[in-house]
Design a protein around this ligand. Structure first.
Ligand code: ATP
Ligand code: MG
Length: 153
C-alpha cells in the first residue's frame, strides 16, 4: 500500500474533479464540502478518491425526489492519528432490515437500482486495506451518513 501525505486542499480538487463525472440527472443535488484547506493526513490518495467518489455518487443517485431540496455533505477532519471522513445525505435512506447486506458484492436494495451493487463492497475493501473503519446510519425518508476513520500508517 502506497502512503503519501495528502493535503486537504488537493483532496478538495480531487473531489471536485470526481464530481464532474457524477451524473445528477434532473435531481438537483447540492454538494457541500467542509474541509479545512490547510489540513493534511497520510494515506493512499487513489484509494481515498475511490472511497469518496463511490459514497458521493451514491448520495446523488439515491436522492429523494419527494424532497424539495437534496444535498450531500462531505466533511474531512484531521486528527493527530488519522482522518475522519463523513458523507451525509438527505436521500431515500435504507431500511434497517437491509443494513446487514449493503457491503455485500452485487447487493442492491432495489432491482430498480441502475448500479451493479459493487460500490460499497469496494469502499469497504478499500477502507480495510488502509486499516480503517467504516460505520453508517441510515433512516428511510431521512437520509444516510457514512463515517470513515483512516488511521495514519
Ligand atoms: P454501483 O455502486 O456498483 O454502481 P450501486 O450503487 O447499486 O451500484 P452500492 O454502491 O454497493 O451499489 O450500494 C448498494 C445499495 O445500497 C444500492 O443499490 C442502494 O440500494 C443502497 N444505497 C447505497 N448508498 C445509498 C444511499 N446513500 N442512500 C440510499 N441507499 C443507498
Ligand atoms: Mg453505488
Amino acid at each position: 500500500v502506497k502512503r503519501t501525505p495528502i493535503s486537504f486542499s488537493s483532496l478538495l480538487t480531487d473531489i471536485r474533479n470526481s464530481l464532474k463525472f457524477i451524473s445528477t440527472g434532473n435531481s438537483n443535488v447540492e454538494i457541500r464540502i467542509n474541509i479545512e484547506e490547510d489540513g493534511t493526513f497520510c494515506s493512499d490518495r487513489s484509494r481515498i478518491i475511490i472511497i469518496l467518489n463511490n459514497l458521493v455518487s451514491n448520495a446523488v443517485r439515491y436522492a429523494d425526489p419527494a424532497k424539495p431540496a437534496s444535498y450531500v455533505e462531505v466533511t474531512v477532519v484531521a486528527r493527530a492519528d488519522g482522518a475522519l471522513i463523513s458523507v451525509k445525505d438527505n436521500g431515500i435512506g435504507i431500511h434497517k432490515d437491509y443494513h446487514q447486506y449493503i457491503f455485500n458484492m452485487f447487493y442492491r436494495v432495489s432491482e430498480k437500482s441502475k448500479g451493479s451493487g459493487l460500490g460499497l463492497y469496494l469502499v469497504k475493501e478499500t477502507v480495510e486495506k488502509l486499516n480503517g473503519d467504516i460505520q453508517f446510519t441510515s433512516t428511510p425518508g431521512v437520509g444516510t451518513e457514512f463515517k470513515i476513520y483512516i488511521p495514519n500508517p
